[in-house]
Every structure is written in structure tokens, then in C-alpha cells.
Design a protein around this ligand. Structure first.
Ligand code: NAD
Ligand code: IPM
Ligand code: MN
Length: 365
């Protein structure tokens, strides 16, 4: 197994969490004799500083010619007053559209060992396991026309049947491998795009008679998600609703630092934690690397079809949490010991190695 992986650490805590995800991928490669070649490039604020663009040509070319892309985070308060197309975030949006991954998978799982750090009562969060399938290349993020002439500003929400169908199929396929339920989230009581969304998803569902489909309005969904998260299996929604609901879903897990994502369906898969650059904790060694590490696991699963290695990493995260290791964001009320971002990466590597060794020993018997 050989793979060329472009890493884009980006801004704020991006480099801190990406380093740990790379460390874990290197551990997996060492265990199994894979050859992962990493090539680092600039994106976001650091790329603006160095190259005058949030997505320099060399970065884009490297991503397009690699087997998978691992991104940390982009964004910095110093660009807060800059127009959208000159901000660090514009680099990420351009990259997403260039790579073509239209389905953004964002799992939110309640781990029993840290359930107490969720502000939700334990009996509410306990056992929740939601997969948000967020449409990533359409809606208000990319719709034209858009603009701001200082007296009026305009964004366009636009969806075609094809854009809805392709992401819906991803959601139904995923549900088939899980608990067989898709909740499609829209605002069909107000928006035309949502009416088309609902009709189209309903039509696609006819090809998946083994999967149950329900529709929810986004406002009600936001409420159900934190009052009864266990009612959800796969949650399918458009770009902006998915952005908002996935941060909300972090509450189930206890911290935004826990959430991973995979953008699939394009030529090259893009893997990034759901959280941002977290300027408030940058450089303190307190960033939770689980989201980035779990994104690396999703890379193994979706880009390289290494299902076993992906689940070994996910199991390692669970074991390390069960053993009591914590970053501060998941420490409150859970007992355990607070360690740094780097130490957390190290214990995950140790756990991954132990898990793989144990499996080999078992097979050898
Ligand atoms: P954020 O996700 O960076 O942070 C929100 C809160 O969560 C902060 O209190 C932060 O400390 C905490 N947090 C986030 N990740 C954490 C981690 N791994 N471990 C521990 N705590 C963590 O959101 P924000 O503050 O609204 O945005 C900051 C910048 O990041 C903005 O410029 C925004 O545009 C950008 N952003 C980028 C991405 C991305 O690159 N994919 C995602 C979201 C936000
Ligand atoms: C995310 C982020 C991005 C988004 C920003 C940084 C462009 O919030 O990945 O959730 O809105 O998609
Ligand atoms: Mn977001």
C-alpha cells in the first residue's frame, strides 16, 4: 500500500492537531509496512501571509495530484473585517469545490467514558450515534449572484435535482450500513429550495425500500438533536443547515474537538476536523486532536479502503478515553488526567499499535 497525502495544517490549532493525525497515520504505516508520503502545503491565513492567496496554485496542484488531503483548520481574527473572497475561509471553499467532494460526512458519537462532560444529562446523550451527511458544494455558500454594495447584500440559495440526488444517495447508502433510518432536514414550509429538496429526497428513497425516511424542519431538528439525539441515525441536509447542526451535534459528544469529517464523492477525498482554528487556545498545547485523528481514520476508510485500520484508530480513541486520558475540553466532570495535545497523540499511537498486535496474535493462534 502506497499513498501520497497532502497535509494542509493551516491556521491556529490546525498545525497542532494535524501533527497528531499524521503521527497516528505514521504509526499505522509502520505497523503494516504501508508507504504514506506526506507533502505539506499552505492554506488559509498562513498562505495569504506567505503567498498572497488563501489557496496558492502550488497547494491546489498538490491536492489535485495526491491520493487524499488532510486539513487542519483555517481562519484568524485578523481577517474579520475582510470581504469573504479574500478571507482564509475562501481558500477552504475553493479547495472543497476543486476536489469535488459533495457529501460531507460528520459523525457525532457519545462516548460513555466522557458522557459526563456533555452539558446534556447523561441519560440523554448516552448511546447517541448520529451521522450528519451535509451537502457541501451548493446552497448559499456557492450560489450566484452574491455581493455587497454596502447598502444591500445578497446571497443566493440554489439547488438542482442532480445536486440533491447525489448527496441523498450517499445518505441512503450509509443508512443501509447503519440502523436504516434517514432524517432529511429542510425548511420546506418557507423555502422553494427545500421543497425541491424534500420532493427529490422522497423520490430517491423509493430506491431504498429497506431504509426509513422521515422529514424534519431544521428548527425542530435543532431542538430534537439535543433533547433526544438517539432518535437520529443518518441526518441528511443542505450546506448551511449541516454546518450549523454539526456544531450543535458536538454537544452530544461533549466537545467540538471530538468531531471528524470526510468529504467524499469527488476525485480526491478531503479529511478535516469539524472545528475551526480556535484562536482562543492556539499555542497552549490544550487542543483536542481527536477530531483530526478520527478524520485520518476516515481517510483510511474512504480513500484507501483500509476499513480494519480505520476502525483500529477509532477503537484506540475509545480505549484512550476509557483509560482516562483527557484534553481540558473533555475533562470536566469525567475524572481522568489532563495531558497535552502531543501526549494525546502519543497515547493514541501506543493504543493503535497494541490493538493491531493483539489482532495479529489472535490470528496467529
Ligand atoms: P472554533 O471551532 O475555532 O472554536 C469554537 C470553540 O471550540 C472555541 O472555544 C475553541 O477553543 C473550541 N475548540 C475548537 N476546536 C477545539 C479543539 N480541537 N480542542 C479543544 N477546543 C476546541 O470556531 P470559531 O471560534 O467560531 O472560529 C475560529 C476561526 O475558525 C474562524 O476564523 C472560523 O471561520 C474558522 N473555522 C474554520 C473551520 C475549518 O477550517 N474547517 C471550521 C470552523 C471555523
Ligand atoms: C466548517 C467551517 C467552514 C464551513 C468554514 C470555515 C468555511 O465552519 O467546516 O464547518 O462553513 O463549512
Ligand atoms: Mn462549521
Amino acid at each position: 500500500m502506497r499513498a501520497r497525502i497532502t497535509t494542509l495544517p493551516g491556521d491556529g490549532i490546525g498545525p497542532e492537531v494535524t501533527a497528531e493525525a499524521v503521527r497516528v497515520l505514521q504509526a499505522v504505516a509502520a505497523i503494516h509496512g504501508y508507504r504514506f508520503e506526506f507533502e505539506e502545503h499552505a492554506i488559509g491565513g498562513v498562505a495569504i501571509k506567505q503567498f498572497g492567496s488563501p489557496l496558492p496554485r502550488a497547494t491546489l496542484d498538490a491536492c489535485l495530484t495526491s491520493d487524499a488531503v488532510l486539513l487542519g483548520a483555517v481562519g484568524s481574527p485578523e481577517y474579520d473585517r475582510v470581504p469573504p473572497n479574500q478571507r482564509p475561509e475562501a481558500g477552504l471553499l475553493l479547495l472543497r469545490s476543486a476536489l469535488g467532494g459533495y457529501a460531507n460526512l460528520r459523525p457525532a458519537i457519545s462516548f460513555s467514558s466522557i458522557a459526563a462532560c456533555s452539558p446534556l444529562r447523561t441519560e440523554i446523550a448516552y448511546g447517541a450515534d448520529v451521522l450528519i451527511v451535509r451537502e457541501l458544494l451548493g446552497g448559499l455558500y456557492f450560489g450566484q449572484p452574491r455581493g455587497n454594495d454596502s447598502t444591500t447584500a445578497l446571497n443566493t440559495m440554489r439547488y438542482s435535482v442532480e445536486e440533491i440526488e447525489r448527496v441523498a444517495r450517499v445518505a441512503f447508502e450509509a443508512a443501509r450500513k447503519r440502523r436504516g433510518k434517514v432524517t432529511s432536514v429542510d425548511k420546506a414550509n418557507v423555502l422553494e429550495t427545500s421543497q425541491l429538496w424534500r420532493q427529490t429526497v422522497t423520490r430517491v428513497s423509493q430506491h431504498y425500500p429497506d431504509v426509513t425516511l422521515e422529514h424534519l424542519y431544521v428548527d425542530a431538528c435543532a431542538m430534537h438533536l439535543i433533547t433526544n439525539p438517539r432518535r437520529f441515525d443518518v441526518l441528511l441536509t443542505e450546506n448551511l443547515f449541516g454546518d450549523i447542526l454539526s456544531d450543535e451535534a458536538a454537544v452530544i459528544t461533549g466537545s467540538l474537538g471530538m468531531l471528524a469529517s470526510a468529504s467524499i464523492g469527488g476525485e480526491v477525498g478531503l479529511y478535516e476536523p469539524v472545528h475551526g482554528s480556535a484562536p482562543d487556545i492556539t499555542g497552549t498545547g490544550t487542543a483536542n486532536p481527536c477530531g483530526a485523528i478520527a478524520s485520518a481514520a476516515m481517510m483510511l476508510r474512504h480513500s484507501f479502503h483500509l476499513e480494519q485500520d480505520a476502525s483500529d484508530i477509532e477503537l484506540a480513541i475509545e480505549h484512550v478515553l476509557e483509560a482516562g486520558y483527557r484534553t481540558p475540553d473533555i475533562a470536566k466532570g469525567t475524572g481522568g488526567y489532563v495531558i497535552t495535545t502531543g501526549e494525546f497523540g502519543e497515547v493514541i499511537c501506543e493504543a493503535v499499535t497494541e490493538i493491531a498486535d493483539m489482532r495479529h496474535a489472535y490470528h496467529a493462534v
